[in-house]
Design a protein around this ligand. Structure first.
Ligand code: ZN
Length: 268
Protein backbone atom coordinates (compact mmCIF):
# COMPACT_ATOMS: atom_id res chain seq x y z
CA UNK A 1 0.00 0.00 0.00
CA UNK A 2 1.25 3.46 -0.84
CA UNK A 3 1.89 5.53 2.20
CA UNK A 4 0.10 8.85 1.85
CA UNK A 5 1.82 11.72 3.56
CA UNK A 6 -0.01 14.62 5.16
CA UNK A 7 -0.10 17.53 2.77
CA UNK A 8 -1.05 21.18 3.00
CA UNK A 9 -4.37 22.19 1.48
CA UNK A 10 -5.84 25.56 0.68
CA UNK A 11 -9.62 25.20 0.90
CA UNK A 12 -12.52 27.60 0.47
CA UNK A 13 -14.99 26.41 3.10
CA UNK A 14 -18.50 26.11 1.65
CA UNK A 15 -20.27 23.74 4.03
CA UNK A 16 -20.48 23.14 7.76
CA UNK A 17 -22.79 20.51 9.24
CA UNK A 18 -24.58 20.69 12.58
CA UNK A 19 -22.37 19.07 15.25
CA UNK A 20 -23.02 15.52 16.46
CA UNK A 21 -21.82 13.87 19.64
CA UNK A 22 -19.24 11.22 18.93
CA UNK A 23 -17.46 8.59 20.95
CA UNK A 24 -13.94 9.95 20.81
CA UNK A 25 -14.22 13.65 20.20
CA UNK A 26 -17.51 14.63 21.90
CA UNK A 27 -18.82 17.11 19.26
CA UNK A 28 -17.88 16.64 15.64
CA UNK A 29 -18.46 18.80 12.65
CA UNK A 30 -17.97 17.87 9.04
CA UNK A 31 -16.74 20.68 6.86
CA UNK A 32 -16.35 20.65 3.13
CA UNK A 33 -15.06 23.07 0.62
CA UNK A 34 -13.23 23.52 -2.64
CA UNK A 35 -9.56 22.80 -3.11
CA UNK A 36 -8.90 24.47 -6.46
CA UNK A 37 -6.90 21.57 -7.92
CA UNK A 38 -8.85 18.66 -6.40
CA UNK A 39 -12.42 19.95 -6.32
CA UNK A 40 -14.60 19.29 -3.29
CA UNK A 41 -12.92 17.87 -0.19
CA UNK A 42 -14.38 16.78 3.14
CA UNK A 43 -12.52 17.69 6.32
CA UNK A 44 -13.52 15.40 9.13
CA UNK A 45 -13.45 15.17 12.07
CA UNK A 46 -13.23 18.71 13.39
CA UNK A 47 -14.13 19.56 16.95
CA UNK A 48 -15.09 23.04 15.88
CA UNK A 49 -16.33 24.61 19.10
CA UNK A 50 -13.03 23.76 20.77
CA UNK A 51 -10.82 25.49 18.28
CA UNK A 52 -9.06 28.55 19.67
CA UNK A 53 -10.58 31.78 18.41
CA UNK A 54 -7.89 32.48 15.83
CA UNK A 55 -8.44 29.04 14.30
CA UNK A 56 -12.19 29.36 13.91
CA UNK A 57 -13.51 30.22 10.52
CA UNK A 58 -16.73 30.84 8.71
CA UNK A 59 -18.23 29.74 5.46
CA UNK A 60 -16.55 31.28 2.41
CA UNK A 61 -13.33 31.63 4.33
CA UNK A 62 -10.12 30.39 2.75
CA UNK A 63 -8.22 28.20 5.17
CA UNK A 64 -4.90 26.41 5.10
CA UNK A 65 -4.74 23.04 6.77
CA UNK A 66 -2.51 20.00 6.82
CA UNK A 67 -4.58 16.90 6.24
CA UNK A 68 -4.13 13.27 5.34
CA UNK A 69 -6.30 10.93 3.31
CA UNK A 70 -8.58 9.28 5.83
CA UNK A 71 -7.57 5.63 5.55
CA UNK A 72 -10.61 4.33 7.42
CA UNK A 73 -13.02 6.16 5.11
CA UNK A 74 -13.56 4.64 1.65
CA UNK A 75 -14.78 7.93 0.19
CA UNK A 76 -12.01 9.34 -2.03
CA UNK A 77 -12.58 12.94 -1.00
CA UNK A 78 -12.40 12.50 2.81
CA UNK A 79 -9.40 13.98 4.55
CA UNK A 80 -8.52 14.01 8.22
CA UNK A 81 -7.30 17.48 9.23
CA UNK A 82 -4.68 18.12 11.88
CA UNK A 83 -6.58 20.54 14.10
CA UNK A 84 -3.50 22.45 15.23
CA UNK A 85 -2.58 23.31 11.63
CA UNK A 86 -5.83 25.04 10.62
CA UNK A 87 -5.25 28.68 9.75
CA UNK A 88 -7.69 31.19 8.35
CA UNK A 89 -6.32 33.03 5.31
CA UNK A 90 -7.57 36.63 5.10
CA UNK A 91 -11.16 37.50 5.85
CA UNK A 92 -14.22 35.52 4.70
CA UNK A 93 -15.41 36.58 1.23
CA UNK A 94 -17.91 39.42 1.81
CA UNK A 95 -21.62 38.50 1.87
CA UNK A 96 -22.60 40.40 -1.28
CA UNK A 97 -19.57 39.34 -3.31
CA UNK A 98 -20.52 36.31 -5.34
CA UNK A 99 -17.98 36.72 -8.13
CA UNK A 100 -15.08 34.93 -6.42
CA UNK A 101 -17.38 32.33 -4.86
CA UNK A 102 -18.76 31.48 -8.29
CA UNK A 103 -15.30 31.42 -9.87
CA UNK A 104 -14.09 28.90 -7.31
CA UNK A 105 -17.21 26.77 -6.85
CA UNK A 106 -19.09 26.56 -10.15
CA UNK A 107 -16.37 24.82 -12.21
CA UNK A 108 -17.11 21.77 -10.05
CA UNK A 109 -20.89 21.76 -10.58
CA UNK A 110 -22.46 18.66 -12.15
CA UNK A 111 -25.49 18.41 -14.39
CA UNK A 112 -27.75 16.59 -11.94
CA UNK A 113 -27.90 14.64 -8.71
CA UNK A 114 -28.20 11.41 -10.71
CA UNK A 115 -24.96 12.24 -12.51
CA UNK A 116 -23.18 12.74 -9.17
CA UNK A 117 -24.66 9.51 -7.77
CA UNK A 118 -23.70 7.58 -10.89
CA UNK A 119 -20.10 8.83 -10.70
CA UNK A 120 -19.95 7.79 -7.03
CA UNK A 121 -21.08 4.25 -7.89
CA UNK A 122 -18.13 4.12 -10.27
CA UNK A 123 -15.78 5.04 -7.41
CA UNK A 124 -15.97 8.81 -7.93
CA UNK A 125 -16.39 11.64 -5.43
CA UNK A 126 -18.88 11.52 -2.58
CA UNK A 127 -19.39 15.29 -2.70
CA UNK A 128 -20.90 17.42 -5.44
CA UNK A 129 -22.88 20.45 -6.47
CA UNK A 130 -25.77 20.75 -8.90
CA UNK A 131 -28.57 23.12 -9.79
CA UNK A 132 -32.02 21.63 -9.08
CA UNK A 133 -34.51 22.23 -11.85
CA UNK A 134 -37.39 22.97 -9.47
CA UNK A 135 -37.57 23.01 -5.68
CA UNK A 136 -41.12 22.27 -4.58
CA UNK A 137 -40.95 22.01 -0.80
CA UNK A 138 -38.96 22.27 2.40
CA UNK A 139 -40.46 20.23 5.21
CA UNK A 140 -39.51 18.50 8.44
CA UNK A 141 -40.12 15.39 10.44
CA UNK A 142 -40.13 15.30 14.24
CA UNK A 143 -37.30 13.23 15.64
CA UNK A 144 -35.91 12.54 19.13
CA UNK A 145 -36.16 15.59 21.34
CA UNK A 146 -33.00 14.81 23.21
CA UNK A 147 -29.72 13.01 22.75
CA UNK A 148 -29.71 9.31 23.49
CA UNK A 149 -28.15 8.36 26.86
CA UNK A 150 -24.84 7.32 25.20
CA UNK A 151 -24.71 10.57 23.22
CA UNK A 152 -25.45 12.54 26.39
CA UNK A 153 -22.67 10.70 28.22
CA UNK A 154 -20.22 11.64 25.47
CA UNK A 155 -21.23 15.27 25.62
CA UNK A 156 -20.94 15.49 29.39
CA UNK A 157 -17.55 13.83 29.22
CA UNK A 158 -16.39 16.71 27.06
CA UNK A 159 -17.72 19.25 29.52
CA UNK A 160 -15.27 18.09 32.17
CA UNK A 161 -12.59 19.84 30.16
CA UNK A 162 -14.48 22.99 29.19
CA UNK A 163 -16.98 24.12 31.79
CA UNK A 164 -17.84 27.23 29.84
CA UNK A 165 -19.00 25.40 26.72
CA UNK A 166 -22.80 25.68 26.43
CA UNK A 167 -24.33 22.23 26.00
CA UNK A 168 -24.95 21.22 22.41
CA UNK A 169 -28.68 21.32 21.74
CA UNK A 170 -30.42 18.50 19.96
CA UNK A 171 -32.52 19.72 17.03
CA UNK A 172 -35.81 17.85 17.40
CA UNK A 173 -36.58 17.87 13.64
CA UNK A 174 -35.04 16.48 10.50
CA UNK A 175 -35.37 19.07 7.73
CA UNK A 176 -35.75 18.02 4.09
CA UNK A 177 -35.98 19.43 0.59
CA UNK A 178 -38.23 18.10 -2.14
CA UNK A 179 -36.97 18.90 -5.66
CA UNK A 180 -36.50 17.68 -9.17
CA UNK A 181 -33.07 17.76 -10.77
CA UNK A 182 -32.05 18.00 -14.41
CA UNK A 183 -31.58 14.30 -15.06
CA UNK A 184 -33.84 13.03 -17.85
CA UNK A 185 -36.84 11.41 -16.22
CA UNK A 186 -35.94 12.55 -12.69
CA UNK A 187 -38.72 11.39 -10.40
CA UNK A 188 -38.29 13.94 -7.59
CA UNK A 189 -35.95 13.69 -4.62
CA UNK A 190 -36.91 14.15 -0.98
CA UNK A 191 -33.72 14.27 1.05
CA UNK A 192 -32.44 15.73 4.31
CA UNK A 193 -30.34 18.83 4.83
CA UNK A 194 -27.66 18.80 7.54
CA UNK A 195 -26.44 22.40 7.24
CA UNK A 196 -25.42 23.88 10.59
CA UNK A 197 -27.33 27.05 9.66
CA UNK A 198 -30.68 25.25 9.52
CA UNK A 199 -30.25 24.09 13.12
CA UNK A 200 -28.88 27.42 14.25
CA UNK A 201 -31.71 29.37 12.65
CA UNK A 202 -34.30 27.04 14.17
CA UNK A 203 -32.83 27.54 17.66
CA UNK A 204 -32.66 31.31 17.23
CA UNK A 205 -36.27 31.50 16.04
CA UNK A 206 -37.49 29.24 18.84
CA UNK A 207 -36.14 31.73 21.37
CA UNK A 208 -38.58 34.30 19.98
CA UNK A 209 -41.55 32.32 18.70
CA UNK A 210 -43.69 29.27 19.30
CA UNK A 211 -42.20 26.12 17.83
CA UNK A 212 -44.60 25.99 14.87
CA UNK A 213 -43.79 29.60 13.95
CA UNK A 214 -40.06 28.95 14.34
CA UNK A 215 -40.37 26.08 11.86
CA UNK A 216 -42.18 28.31 9.36
CA UNK A 217 -39.41 30.92 9.70
CA UNK A 218 -36.83 28.29 8.81
CA UNK A 219 -38.93 27.29 5.81
CA UNK A 220 -39.27 30.93 4.77
CA UNK A 221 -35.50 31.37 4.65
CA UNK A 222 -34.54 28.04 3.12
CA UNK A 223 -37.39 27.75 0.63
CA UNK A 224 -38.82 31.21 -0.11
CA UNK A 225 -35.53 33.12 0.00
CA UNK A 226 -32.76 30.67 -0.88
CA UNK A 227 -34.83 28.98 -3.60
CA UNK A 228 -36.69 32.12 -4.70
CA UNK A 229 -36.95 33.68 -8.15
CA UNK A 230 -34.13 36.20 -7.63
CA UNK A 231 -31.39 33.62 -6.98
CA UNK A 232 -29.81 30.74 -8.84
CA UNK A 233 -30.10 27.90 -6.35
CA UNK A 234 -27.52 25.09 -6.20
CA UNK A 235 -27.32 22.28 -3.66
CA UNK A 236 -24.10 20.99 -2.16
CA UNK A 237 -24.59 17.28 -1.59
CA UNK A 238 -22.57 14.53 0.00
CA UNK A 239 -22.95 11.08 1.43
CA UNK A 240 -23.33 10.43 5.11
CA UNK A 241 -21.34 7.40 5.99
CA UNK A 242 -23.24 5.51 8.64
CA UNK A 243 -24.72 2.98 8.29
CA UNK A 244 -24.18 3.22 4.53
CA UNK A 245 -23.76 6.00 2.05
CA UNK A 246 -26.96 8.06 1.96
CA UNK A 247 -27.09 11.28 -0.02
CA UNK A 248 -27.93 14.43 1.91
CA UNK A 249 -27.88 18.14 1.14
CA UNK A 250 -25.01 19.76 3.00
CA UNK A 251 -25.74 23.37 2.11
CA UNK A 252 -27.24 25.80 -0.38
CA UNK A 253 -25.31 27.98 -2.85
CA UNK A 254 -27.47 30.91 -3.99
CA UNK A 255 -25.81 33.56 -6.15
CA UNK A 256 -28.17 36.28 -7.38
CA UNK A 257 -29.59 35.67 -10.83
CA UNK A 258 -27.71 37.65 -13.43
CA UNK A 259 -30.82 39.56 -14.49
CA UNK A 260 -31.79 40.51 -10.93
CA UNK A 261 -30.69 43.10 -8.45
CA UNK A 262 -29.11 41.11 -5.59
CA UNK A 263 -31.42 40.57 -2.64
CA UNK A 264 -30.00 41.36 0.77
CA UNK A 265 -30.08 37.74 1.96
CA UNK A 266 -27.89 37.48 5.03
CA UNK A 267 -25.11 34.92 4.70
CA UNK A 268 -26.04 31.83 6.56
ZN1 ZN B 1 -32.98 13.78 -10.08
Amino acid sequence: MTRVLPRPFRVLITVKTYPRPSRQYEELVCMAGVEPTLGFVRLYPISFRRLPYEQQYRKYQWIEVTAIKNASDPRPDSYRPRADTIRAVGKPLPAGDWAERKDVVLPFASESLEQIQHARREGGPSLGLFKPEAVSDFDWEATHRDWTPPQRARLSQGKLFAEDLTPLEKIPYDFRYRFRCNAPGCRTHHIGISDWEVGRLYLRMREQYAESTALEKVRDKFLTQLCGPTVDTYFFVGTSRIPYETWIILGVFYPPRQDQVPLPIADS
